[in-house]
Design a protein around this ligand. Structure first.
Ligand code: FES
Length: 570
């Protein structure tokens, strides 16, 4: 490309004093031609020691860097806000929009022509894609990849999911406390993100189905050399993206989201993908609604047998053929018009894919379940919608009428759930409010409430639960989540009382309470359970966050600003 065609030329081109200043600070050994016709490629890097899932991304960034150099570009490492799911409090979701906003602004503020987005842990790929969509620069994702299978005492360990199994074994007396603690160093066997089909794995695979990752890359384990090769080649591609001006909005459209929803269902992905995809669509101006997830995904077969609901882990998934093998099985359900970041249609990559282990990735003729997607419920308890994953629920509870036992906050829940005198039985419906985007704030993963101890002791293993929060991608049960509007935003969930009867009918897509709510107002304890931060990001967030049914973005961040910078200070 000629220098003048590059966005970065606004900083570097010409003989002016300003161009001199911009170039001289960036020289630092770089040859003069670095600023003449060579695309400047940012590597938006979420590497951080406090995000252990992404701690290895500097090595991947180095491979991207080599690729950018090889294709004639100039690579520029850009550390961006990194969200580590296990460490960040109160919940990483509170910071997703902040990370997206900060990344967007830094991309716009700097002399950059395209960006390679390096993410892994749950919120990192969503926030990077939201940023890239709003700044509207050419962009491509390299996912950090899942960790290898852990093993302990001869058994495979799934990150996160198996800690619950092991702790139950301690309670059952089949594992000593010392053995339990010894498993701690075996749980995370290698670099990489969670190796179950949790949110990180889901978002990497869904981002590839969306077209934003070079097909065949997502799901490659973090330590696998092929991931470095893919990173190198993506670095090369990023340089080409500048010449072809391949910004997300030039190829990510409704057809892309259609394919992402098909993939989400076929892999049995996390419900968190719903809010992230809605938020990304909102940034791109793509019409996507909650109902699209039900309409497109609810009849898609479940083909992947991965923890938490299944048996295997991401290393097995990759060995068995990965996402492209899954998509080949559901090719007739894909929209063939959707393009990828390479410029080629997604469907053009699936023809040669093969299933190498049908116990991990099922053939279409032998699915794990016939219909795996997400059901969207509505009713007087969720006028704007709520979701449930029927495949993760107990079939006998999908149609249920039960007496509500209501909790005003997660603290209220923990204080009372194991009280032997709590008036609750197996037919009750546990209702937890104050856990939506505004109420907590940040919409934590608490919807899959633990069952009352006395019912667990009696052998109860599932109950209907209703909440305005989210659920971990590694959880399952008959859980209605993302209830919108949330209680703290004036939703009817704030008006339900213990003793009301709640009716769930998944086949009819209904969630109702048998009560006249019109005469009720939220009681003082309910309101006290809602967050009311005094200042800072949390105040901004509570004042502007949208509801889960539209992606829980901030109202003023929806859409795009573009990459133009109108003013320069010197
Ligand atoms: Fe980072 Fe699970 S904690 S992906």
């Amino acid at each position: 490309m000629t220098t003048s065609e590059l966005r970065s030329a606004q900083w570097y081109a010409g003989d002016s004093r300003n161009a001199y200043i911009h170039r001289s600070w960036m020289r630092r050994g770089a040859p003069a031609d670095s600023f003449h016709g060579r695309p400047q490629i940012a590597i938006a890097n979420t590497a951080s020691d406090l995000t252990p899932c992404n701690a290895h991304l500097n090595e991947i960034a180095a491979a991207v860097r080599d690729g950018v150099h090889a294709a004639g570009g100039v690579p520029l490492n850009l550390p961006v806000v990194s969200l580590g799911e296990t460490n960040v409090r109160p919940t990483a979701m509170l910071w997703r929009n902040m990370a997206a906003m900060a990344t967007e602004e830094m991309l716009r503020a700097n002399p950059i022509d395209a960006v390679v987005l390096l993410g892994g842990c749950d919120k990192t790929i969503p926030s990077l894609l939201m940023a890239a969509a709003s700044v509207d620069l050419p962009a491509v994702v390299v996912p950090g990849g899942p960790m290898l299978n852990g093993t302990f005492r001869g058994q495979v360990l799934g990150c996160g999911t198996d800690v619950w199994r092991l702790s139950e074994e301690v309670r059952a007396g089949t594992l000593t406390q010392e053995q339990f603690l010894a498993s701690e160093s075996a749980m995370i066997r290698s670099r990489g993100h969670c190796n179950t089909m949790g949110t990180a794995s889901t978002m990497a695979l869904v981002a590839e189905a969306l077209g934003t990752i070079v097909p065949g890359t997502a799901g490659t384990p973090a330590p696998d050399s092929r991931l470095l090769e893919a990173a190198h080649n993506t670095g090369r591609l990023a340089v080409d993206l500048v010449a072809s001006d391949r910004r997300l909005r030039t190829f990510v459209n409704r057809a892309s989201f259609h394919n992402a929803i098909v993939a989400l269902a076929a892999i049995g992905g996390s419900t968190n993908a719903v809010v992230h995809l809605l938020a990304i669509a909102g940034r791109l101006g793509v019409e996507l609604t909650l109902d699209d997830f039900d309409r497109i995904g609810s009849s898609v077969p479940l083909l992947v047998d991965l923890q938490p609901a299944g048996r295997f882990l991401m290393e097995d998934f990759h060995r068995a053929g990965g996402l492209l093998a899954v998509l080949r099985e559901v090719r007739d359900l894909l929209d063939p018009s959707a393009l990828t970041v390479t410029g080629e249609p997604l469907v053009s990559y699936v023809s040669d894919a093969a299933i190498w282990d049908p116990s991990v990735i099922r053939e279409r003729s032998a699915p794990l379940q016939d219909a795996a997607g997400i059901a969207v419920l509505r009713g007087n308890l969720a006028p704007s919608g709520a979701i449930i994953k029927p495949a993760a629920a107990s079939p006998e509870l999908l149609r249920h009428r039960g007496r509500a036992v209501v909790f005003d906050s997660i603290e209220d829940f923990h204080a009372r759930i194991d009280d032997p005198n709590l008036d609750v039985d197996a037919s009750s419906v546990l209702v937890l409010r104050g856990c939506g985007p505004k109420g907590y704030p940040g919409m934590p993963e608490v919807s899959n409430m633990p069952l009352p101890r006395k019912l667990l002791a009696a052998g109860v293993r599932d109950m209907v639960r209703v909440c305005d929060g989210r659920m971990s991608g590694t959880a399952y049960g008959t859980v209605v989540l993302h209830v919108a509007p949330e209680a703290a935003a004036g939703g009817p969930l704030a008006l339900v009382r213990t003793g009301d009867y709640v009716v769930l009918d998944v086949a009819e897509r209904r969630l109702d309470v048998e009560a006249d709510l019109s005469a009720r107002t939220p009681n003082a304890a309910t309101v006290a359970g809602f967050a009311n931060p005094a200042r800072g990001w949390e105040r901004l967030y509570v004042d502007h966050v949208l509801q889960a049914d539209t992606g829980a973005d901030l109202d003023f961040l929806v859409g795009m600003t573009g990459s133009a910078v109108q003013r320069e200070s010197h």
